[in-house]
Design a protein around this ligand. Structure first.
Ligand SMILES: [Zn+2]
Length: 490
């Protein structure tokens, strides 16, 4: 009798202990997520906290539209006179006015008192409305709803800065989040430029504090667009211009876009508009040197954060083009990035996988990017070329396929060719954990549907996911802005 009473009270004590401890176990299971945001996720603000506080980037619409009347006469006049120097005398000061508030000095530091308006923090501290971009708000809010507002963080930074230094701010932030949660791991969702900050973080601080890293439309291997532009290879391609127009006219209706593209295809064949594009070429040739020398080099060319988005393979050429081989305070910073980080991207992420960090990449295609550079017929997500965001998967050019006799470049025993004949992921750095979405824009997550669910699934793994694990999210998916659904690509 005594023994059975003793056993019963022991059982009761155990039960109570488990009941009290269970919430602690449950709570410690949630790993905080830090979204390392992309470029200009929140505005750049001048004279923060004073009466003169103003948003300076993205430039307010009137900062640009107010210049239009002053451009009309120089534009009409240059069509007749072809006096491009006179035209540039009128235009360049106006362009410089737009850049003035975000200008950097020759030392790679901000000229004015400009900073981001919102500090990094958790959704519990009301960061839900921080994003300029609705898609950022949707994805952030979705993740906050899933893991809890106090477990979902935004890391925000001034994108003009040397990203190697930004990564030091990120490290301080990670350590603070870990201390606040009494945990030793966090997850990263690194969006666009945020992936380059993540490259720098991993190179300097390793991956001991990380459980999952998901790169969303990452700039981690640079942007072909910037590689071309910073090497002076600027041009307007007629077909690319039409694809942009079709995209704008069709909204997000892909069937309509295909029809409009067919009509533009006919226009392209007639060569009717060729004289206009020849005029464009003449304009670029006649104005390029002054645009670079008097505007571009002194604005974007002085921002280490922007220069660090050049693909590593193009960096030396771009440096030569921008600075004519001259070393300066800015190239000192960017040299460090490319030597220690930019030319080791594949090793960095292979390294973290070997140490047990779960890693995933989401890359998108089927959109046209700005039609101003030599490789603008590359597949893109509208901002970054898909070859870059996928870590060098092979994509057919816009409007083309890889061809009916194309064979998968690397035979790993799986299929990594897309059903539409446009993509071969076998050449990518991480073919088993790179998800590819057709028709999805750079950063356009919608709360409805399942696009945010993909990011959530990839970022809360307890073991490495592969593209063969989840029938809802296979390697190749198609997105519809009508149904808000990702579906397997046919
Ligand atoms: Zn494979």
């Amino acid at each position: 009798m005594q023994t059975s009473k003793r056993i019963a009270s022991l059982c009761l004590a155990l039960l109570l202990a488990v009941a009290f401890l269970a919430p602690c176990f449950a709570e410690s299971k949630v790993t905080p997520i830090i979204m390392v945001t992309g470029m200009n996720a929140v505005p750049l603000v001048k004279d923060q906290g004073t009466d003169q506080e103003t948003v300076v980037w993205a430039p307010p619409a009137e900062a640009i539209t107010s210049k239009i009347p002053q451009l009309i006469w120089p534009t009409i006049s240059v069509m007749f006179t072809r006096n491009w120097d006179k035209f540039m005398d009128a235009v360049l000061p106006l362009v410089n006015e737009v850049f003035e508030p975000v200008r950097y000095t020759e030392l790679g530091k901000t000229l004015y008192d400009v900073t981001t308006d919102t500090m990094s923090g958790s959704y519990a501290e009301n960061h839900s409305s921080s994003f300029l971009n609705e898609a950022g708000r949707d994805l952030g809010q979705y993740l906050a709803d899933k893991v809890g507002a106090d477990n979902m963080y935004l890391f925000i930074y001034d994108w003009r800065q040397d990203l190697y230094q930004v990564a030091q701010e990120l490290n301080t932030f990670v350590e603070q989040v870990k201390a606040d949660h009494h945990c030793d791991k966090v997850d990263f969702v690194s969006v666009s430029m945020g992936s380059v900050v993540t490259n720098c973080y991993l190179a300097q601080f390793g991956c001991d504090s990380l459980e999952n890293v998901t790169l969303v439309s990452p700039a981690f291997t640079g942007l072909s667009l910037l590689g071309d532009v910073f090497c002076g290879r600027v041009c307007f391609k007629e077909a690319a211009v039409y694809r942009i127009l079709a995209q704008v006219m069709a909204g997000h209706d892909t069937a309509k876009e295909e029809k409009i593209n067919k009509l533009f295809g006919i226009l392209l064949k007639t060569r009717l508009m060729a004289p206009l594009f020849r005029f464009g070429d003449t304009m670029v040739e006649a104005t390029k040197d002054r645009v670079f020398a008097e505007t571009f080099v002194e604005s974007f060319g002085r921002m280490p954060g922007i220069l660090e988005l050049i693909p590593a393979a193009k960096y030396q050429e771009a440096k030569q083009f921008l600075y004519h081989g001259e070393e300066n305070a800015i190239t000192k910073l960017t040299d460090r990035y490319f030597e220690q980080v930019g030319s080791h991207v594949e090793e960095i992420y292979k390294g973290i996988q070997e140490k047990g960090v779960n890693f995933a990449i989401i890359s998108c295609y089927g959109r046209q990017s700005a039609p101003v550079y030599e490789n603008s017929d590359n597949q893109s997500d509208g901002i970054i070329d898909s070859c870059n965001t996928s870590g060098f998967a092979t994509f057919a050019k816009h409007g083309a396929t890889l061809g009916s006799d194309y064979k998968q470049a690397v035979d790993c025993g799986h299929n990594h060719l897309s059903g539409d004949g446009i993509v071969d992921v076998s050449t990518a750095m991480f073919p088993e954990c790179t998800w590819i979405i057709k028709h999805f824009e750079h950063f356009n997550y919608e709360y409805e549907g399942n696009s945010c669910a993909l990011v959530y699934w990839l970022t809360t793994r307890t073991e490495q996911a592969t593209v063969f694990d989840n029938p809802e999210f296979p390697q190749f998916m198609d997105y519809s802005y009508q149904t808000h659904m990702l579906t397997p690509l046919k």
